[in-house]
Design a protein around this ligand. Structure first.
Ligand SMILES: [Zn+2]
Length: 377
């Protein structure tokens, strides 16, 4: 008895749902396997050959399928092997910064197809997001890629977000992104839009590439201090709604007043703003002539010492290697890292555990692609 049973003229109510599910199954199977024959697809998914043939034909008409003829077959006509087109399921990452935004487009295997930085000062209004969408669309066009065939667009903001609900939940900076509207963006782009946090994306990249077993702490030190924990390659949200508050945990009890109003916050001692506050220079200017200035030498030693306490505290909580990123990472010399590591090892009794993370924007944008591919699997 065929599908539909004795009343084969009456289609079952959910036939389109079943069909959609089968299509998705074929899609996933081809995503995971580079080249399968019709027969192999049919066997692996327990679908009939005509069903598979129908789905493949539809996918081919949609332009998301490629095939090649297998060589070295002993007898008979070699069967066709099907695979997903490299122009399908591309991932788009969009990193929003104050003066520009960056776009990275990768194929389904994570290989870069396009990357660009657009000089567009951030503005909290609808026109800004329209312009971003238009530039994303143009970038896709220039690669002859279609947004509607992509996995989606991952927007990375440096404020606290809820990636499941696609919401901005930042109490401090939320207002700054009040014009960001995920539904409007999806309408403008005609593709799914996702939302993730800058620091979490950077940590995700570290966790899925260099960190052993995907375990690490990403410590971002710039004008703000952020920390993200990766456990087993997954983002581990210890503070759930408190992401970004690491800068405001007490580092020096009864210490100097922080801009948040509390006393002795890590922010007041270890952010890169302290050089401006004390010496009126950014970190680059401060470090330039520090070896000739005893006052600066002393300040730097004190800075490194307090930073080692912050890192030791992080290590003691999670017992994972710590990767330093952000503005500070650009200026720490090999000597500074060695010194910091010695201090942290002495304070925690741990083996060598401190590393430089590399460029945080690069990490975050590649992490954004990895998150899309990870969720798609
Ligand atoms: Zn504070």
């Amino acid at each position: 008895m065929g599908a539909g049973g004795p009343f084969k003229n009456i289609p079952p109510n959910d036939s389109s749902a079943i069909r959609a599910q089968n299509c998705k199954a074929v899609d996933r199977l081809l995503y995971e396997n580079n080249g399968l024959t019709k027969n192999e697809i049919s066997q692996r998914l327990s679908l009939s050959m005509p069903t598979v043939a129908g789905i493949l034909q539809e996918m081919e008409e949609d332009g998301i399928l490629e095939y090649y003829q297998e060589k070295d077959v002993a007898t008979g006509r070699p069967p066709l092997k099907y695979l997903l087109s490299s122009k399908t399921h591309v991932c788009v990452a969009v990193l929003i910064r104050d003066d520009y935004f960056k776009t990275l487009i990768c194929d389904v295997h994570g290989r870069s197809l396009f990357s660009a930085s657009f000089s567009l000062p951030y503005e909290n209004n609808g026109e800004y997001w329209e312009e971003v969408c238009s530039l994303i669309s143009k970038s896709m066009d220039s690669c002859e890629l279609e947004l509607k065939k992509s996995i989606g667009v991952n927007v990375i903001l440096s404020c606290q977000v809820d990636p499941i609900e696609h919401l901005i939940i930042d109490r401090q900076h939320g207002e700054k992104f009040s014009y960001f509207n995920i539904n409007q963006m999806e309408t403008m782009l005609g593709a799914p839009v996702y939302l993730n946090n800058f620091y979490e994306s950077a940590a995700f990249e570290l966790g899925s590439t260099v960190a052993p077993q995907g375990n690490c702490i990403y410590l971002h030190i710039s004008d703000v201090i952020q920390s993200v924990c990766m456990a087993g390659g997954r983002i581990f949200r210890t503070w759930e709604n408190e992401l970004g508050t690491l800068g405001h945990i007490t580092l020096v009890p009864l210490g100097k007043k922080c801009r948040c109003g509390k006393f002795g916050c890590a922010q007041a001692y270890c952010s890169t703003d302290v050089f401006k506050e004390v010496f009126g220079e950014d970190i680059a200017g401060f470090l330039e002539d520090r070896s000739n200035t005893p006052q600066k030498q002393m300040f730097w030693h004190e800075y490194i010492f307090l930073l080692s306490i912050l890192i030791s505290n992080q290590y003691n909580i999670f017992k994972m290697p710590v990767y330093i990123g952000g503005e500070l990472a650009k200026y720490l010399s090999g000597e500074d890292i060695e010194l910091l590591n010695t201090m942290v090892c002495n304070a925690t009794g741990s083996p060598y555990c401190l590393y430089l993370a590399g460029d945080s924007e690069e990490l975050a944008i590649y992490g954004a692609i990895k998150i899309l591919l990870h969720n798609f699997k």
